[in-house]
Design a protein around this ligand. Structure first.
Ligand code: CP
Ligand code: NVA
Length: 331
């Protein structure tokens, strides 16, 4: 088979377009790609996923557009999906990935983020970083001469939401005008959903206990873009007319010290009773890992409305197209 039709040809060894740019294409938040970039990423992900249906998981795509390219993956926090999906994404694009636990790097002994970024930029073609403070990802990007991708911070989780949007589109939920209900903690995943709402023209109804509302800057930006972002204390009110119901862990990584949070979250559990208040054909998403019996019941996680396994698989397909966007090969 020839090269993938919508991807610019990139024979091995030729500098990638992004490397000649004065402005690097970093992916720290969804707004870095904007509506057109996100649309291009979603279209490419659908095409690539369809083109390799039934193939062995490690077989490279026919055009192997990242042949000769290596991605460094720095993880300061645990990960299953993000780590494995970026690794498999690079394999399927014809490149390589290396995993680095931040604590085992010199970064963990006080080498600065800026110096780490300068060094890695000389050695690899792209950097994924999962960390606590979003400012560290921004610092990494500011000193990098290769693309930097946010693999989750306390502020946001943009790569997850690309996979979520892909999953919804695949399941006949076109984004414009969609009503997405969120239940529980107003966390990093919700921030990126709200950001996506403004960019891709859907609405969010967040049911959150007092003190756990979403980040106001993301809410303001999405509202300014014309999306309706509602914040409700009542879980049933949040899921009214929902096309999609989404939740996530009540205690994110690094928040283990927060006391009494579980009790505040209890009324926001996604169970069959709450799902019954959404539209009859509503879908359920959860980025995983799930805390079964806390934020969602087994009946919902494993039930007919749940798309969680497609959502998890789509992390690979989404990462591939995010990488191609960062390297200037699509969008
Ligand atoms: N959803 C997600 O980012 O999962 P991991 O923490 O396993 O990467
Ligand atoms: N909100 C969760 C998402 C994990 C993928 C966390 O930050 O721990």
């Amino acid at each position: 088979a020839g090269p993938h039709p919508k991807v610019r040809a990139n024979p091995s060894g030729r500098p990638l377009p992004a490397q000649g740019r004065r402005m690097m294409r970093h992916f720290l938040n969804l707004s870095d790609a904007g509506p057109d970039g996100i649309a291009a990423i979603l279209a490419d992900a659908r095409d690539r996923k369809a083109a390799r249906k039934g193939w062995a998981k490690g077989r490279p795509d026919a055009d192997a557009p990242l042949t000769g390219r290596t991605l460094a993956m720095i993880f300061e926090k645990n990960s299953t999906r993000t780590r494995v999906s970026f690794d498999m994404a690079m394999r399927q694009l014809g490149g390589d990935a290396m995993f680095m636990a931040a604590g085992q790097m010199q970064l963990g002994r006080g080498e600065t983020v800026a110096d780490t970024s300068r060094v890695l930029s000389r050695m690899v073609d792209g950097i994924v970083i999962r960390t606590d403070d979003h400012a560290k990802v921004e610092d990494m990007a500011a000193h990098a001469s290769v693309p930097v991708i946010n693999g989750l911070t306390d502020l946001s989780h943009p790569c997850q939401i690309v996979a979520d949007l892909l999953t919804l589109i695949e399941h006949d939920k076109p984004l414009p005008g969609l009503n997405v209900a969120w239940l529980g903690d107003g966390n990093n995943v919700l921030s990126s959903i709200i950001e996506a709402a403004g960019l891709m023209k859907f609405n969010v109804r967040a049911g959150c206990p007092q003190g756990y509302e979403p980040d106001q800057a993301f809410v303001d930006a999405a509202r300014a873009a014309g999306s309706t972002i509602g914040i409700f204390g009542d879980a049933a009110e949040a899921v009214r007319d929902a096309d999609v119901v989404v939740t996530d862990t009540w205690v994110s990584m690094g928040q283990e010290h927060v006391h009494n949070k579980l009790a505040a979250m209890a009324p926001y559990q996604v169970n069959e009773r709450l799902m019954a208040r959404a539209k009859p054909d509503a879908k359920f998403l959860h980025c995983l890992p799930a805390h079964r019996g806390e934020e969602a019941t087994d009946a919902v996680l494993d039930g007919p409305q749940s798309l969680i396994w497609d959502e998890a698989e789509n992390r690979i397909h989404a990462q591939k197209s995010i990488l191609l966007w960062c390297f200037g090969l699509i969008g």
